[in-house]
Design a protein around this ligand. Structure first.
Ligand SMILES: [Zn+2]
Length: 171
């Protein structure tokens, strides 16, 4: 924004609002543009009617223009807040997308790990059952007889069944 002071100016353009508030620099630039960029036959009229208004503005126009400026400042402030919120939202969305991708990857790893566990668990159940069968097989029973020799048998596996016999043996 130029430091030139603001001035009311009439007829900056042929179909522009008849009165605008511009900087002196903008008025100078507009005149220079008309002098070179507009069709020659239009130039004298345009330059004649484009003028800085030296009369004080009527009170109503002063009041309405001040309200317009106040609204403009509020709009600009809201726009800056909106821009900031948008940048933060975009950043949060990017973080969300990244987190979502990481979650999907972690979930896929979990799915594979769970499937591997299901398979390993089934193999363990089978192997554990085979061990249970082996210790009561002919070889297992023979080994029990060799290392222990009590009355345990696969058909009478509860050793407390031998309680009465033990007590009898003690008396
Ligand atoms: Zn035994």
């Amino acid at each position: 924004m130029s430091l030139s002071k603001l001035v009311p100016v009439a007829h900056m353009g042929h179909d522009a609002p008849w009165l605008q508030i511009k900087t002196e620099a903008e008025v100078r630039e507009r005149r220079a543009y008309i002098e070179t960029g507009k069709p020659e036959p239009e130039r004298p009229l345009r330059l004649k009617l484009l003028k800085i208004v030296n009369e004080p503005l009527p009170p109503k126009l002063v009041k309405v223009y001040a309200a317009r400026n106040k609204a403009e400042a509020a709009r600009n402030k809201a726009e800056a807040a909106w821009d900031k919120a948008q940048a933060e939202r975009d950043e949060a969305y990017a973080a969300w997308d990244k987190a979502e991708a990481e979650r999907d990857e972690a979930h896929a790893v979990w799915v594979r790990a769970h499937a591997a566990w299901v398979e390993a668990h089934a193999a363990w159940v089978e192997a554990h059952a085979a061990w249970g069968r082996a210790i009561v097989s002919r070889e297992g029973v023979a080994f029990h007889k060799k290392v222990c020799g009590c009355a345990w048998t696969p058909k009478k596996p509860d050793i407390l069944l031998q309680l009465a016999t033990q007590q009898e043996g003690r008396t």
